[in-house]
Design a protein around this ligand. Structure first.
Ligand code: NDP
Length: 517
């Protein structure tokens, strides 16, 4: 018997207008675990109307940031209280290993709500502008309005928090459309927002197909901002659609990040780090270090040891605490990974380890792939240029730091990257040359809601997290209070009290009446 989930609109769980549902499955087993109401365009319109009303007429945007902060802290507490259930649900719906769900996901969700509560409580809504004789000027930061969040399947509960917390902290209302593969924990976070007392209509969750629900949301004239995480291809489409109403967009898109290993590094440290950088969540991570640039002088020894340790990674069902790496999210994504490994072989790269599906006893229906390392990769190959989104690492040699920087930057993407080195100054120099939104030195995947995250180039637009991310959810208004008497005193050419010459009469100044510019 599978569980049934509904849409969250206006603080209530409701069926889709069409009455349609879809099944979501456990990628560890390939079995359905829940039926979910399938939102369509009509539901999208209703959710936006409700969110609009909550913003235009409700108390939420009028509250002080510190008042809203109390609600966000309550959500964080509720997530903590429900941690076990949420972690298990994420493991079953999205294939996160239970260790990762408990150790990374829940902590990130709690800290995201707490950090944005802190920012909302601390940030001032009004700031004075430089003194200008005869007037008083200030800037007001105001919530944008109705925000749409469209999220991917790789980190569902974290992405829900990344989209909901800053939006509501800044006083907006939101409609979140989770990925069709993984809607459950986003609905649960929505439920906890309602339980925390956040006014109805401020947080709405709308599972449904991207092309139907997503496009309806993005093109709605009642929506003020879209925040999207997912593929560059869909991000491009969203940006085009949003252009119809000049709807503001932040986009967090694909990546093909380079992790650079310098020859002065501690081997043990860097090999562990490289494996963590790419095989965390089976490589289904936008910022994964999928290109490992290794200095030629240490290449052979490094790759041999890397392969040995990759081989030892335990692939297994998400709920088993012994699993280091869980399943791929879906059969379709597993096929994508297989296809790219085939492309890599055809391009002439060598599979050092992996390169095939993983067999997991008792879980024949699951979608497992072995950690795979390619050597002899040229940076121009498709496996080094295109996002695979699976446990596939391309090792690329380089000779000098200069070449490492050039190779790292030779990508349409620029989301993240890393440098592994025993020499901080050398590593920092290299990090500063990388055209990417984040560089981690001697670590990887250190994402923190206090620090900005986002991409250069085709990896995105705008930033999430921290004050910068918070301000992506606020408008800037300049207020000017004049203290200098009648308007004509400051704009003498607009003095309506001066008698005007009759047009066509002698003395009319045709030149002077021309508009400027
Ligand atoms: P998508 O980019 O297609 O999906 C991300 C989200 O966008 C989902 O909620 C999806 O809905 C929605 N969506 C899809 N089409 C539209 C549309 N036309 N308008 C509005 N919303 C839409 O990712 P996929 O799941 O298809 O994965 C494909 C590839 O994308 C992966 O192989 C990987 O390379 C990359 N990817 C990158 C991610 C990242 O974090 N940068 C995350 C996930 C994937 P629905 O689920 O209903 O299709």
């Amino acid at each position: 018997m599978t569980e049934a989930y509904k849409l969250l609109i206006g603080g209530a769980f409701t069926d889709a207008a069409s009455g349609e549902t879809f099944e979501t499955m456990d990628p560890s087993t390939g079995q359905a675990i829940a039926t979910v109401a399938k939102g369509g365009p009509e539901d999208a319109r209703r959710a936006v109307e409700v969110a609009r009303k909550a913003f235009d007429e409700g108390p939420w945007p009028k509250m002080k940031g510190r008042e809203r902060a109390q609600y966000l802290l309550k959500v964080a507490d509720l997530v903590k209280q429900n941690a076990g259930h949420l972690a298990e649900l994420e493991a079953r719906d999205a294939g996160h290993t239970i260790r990762m769900a408990k150790g990374a996901d829940i902590g990130m969700v709690i800290s995201t709500f707490r950090v944005f509560a802190e920012i909302a409580g601390r940030e001032v809504d009004e700031e004075p502008l430089p003194r200008n004789p005869g007037s008083m000027n200030y800037v007001r930061r105001e919530p944008i309005g109705v925000c749409v969040g469209i999220t991917p399947w790789n980190f569902p509960i974290q992405m829900a928090a990344w989209k909901i917390a800053p939006a509501i902290a800044a006083g907006n209302s939101v409609v979140i459309k989770p990925a069709t593969y993984t809607p459950l924990t986003t609905l649960e976070v929505g439920r906890l927002c309602v339980e925390a007392g956040i006014p109805e209509g401020v947080v709405n969750v709308l599972p449904g197909a991207g092309a139907a629900v997503g496009e309806e949301l993005v093109t709605s004239p009642m929506v003020d901002k879209v925040a999207f995480t997912g593929s560059t291809e869909v991000g491009r489409r969203i940006m085009q659609l949003a252009a119809s109403n000049i709807t503001k967009c932040t986009l967090e898109l694909g990546g093909k990040s380079a992790a650079i290993v310098l020859d002065d590094v501690d081997f043990d440290y860097a090999i562990d780090g490289a494996l963590w950088g790419v095989f965390f969540h089976s490589g289904q991570v936008c910022s994964a270090g999928t290109r490992l640039l290794v200095q030629g002088s240490i290449l052979d020894d490094f790759v041999a040891e890397l392969a040995k340790r990759a081989e030892a990674i335990a692939v297994g069902p998400a709920l088993e605490s012994s699993s280091d790496m869980g399943p791929i999210v879906s059969e379709a994504q597993l096929e994508t990974v297989e296809r790219y490994v085939g492309i890599g072989r055809d391009e002439g790269a060598d599979v050092v380890v992996g390169g095939e599906r993983a067999m997991v006893e008792g879980h024949d229906g699951g979608f497992y792939y072995r950690p795979t390392v390619f050597s002899n990769v040229d940076n121009s190959m498709r496996i080094a240029q295109e996002e695979i989104f699976g446990p596939v690492l391309s090792v690329i040699p380089f000779a000098e730091d200069e070449e490492a920087a050039r190779l790292a930057n030779d990508s349409v993407y620029g989301l993240a990257g890393g440098v592994w080195s025993g020499d901080n100054n050398r590593a920092i120099k290299l990090a500063e040359r990388m055209r990417t939104g984040t560089v981690w030195i001697n670590d990887y995947h250190m994402i923190n809601p206090r620090f900005p995250f986002g991409g250069y180039k085709q990896s995105g637009l705008g930033r999430e997290h921290g004050e910068i991310g918070f301000n992506e959810y606020r408008e800037t208004k300049h207020v000017h209070l004049d203290l200098g008497g009648p308007v004509r005193a400051r704009h003498p050419w607009w003095d309506l009290t001066v008698p005007k010459p009759v047009p066509g009469s002698l003395g009319s100044d045709a030149e002077g009446s021309k508009p400027e510019g």
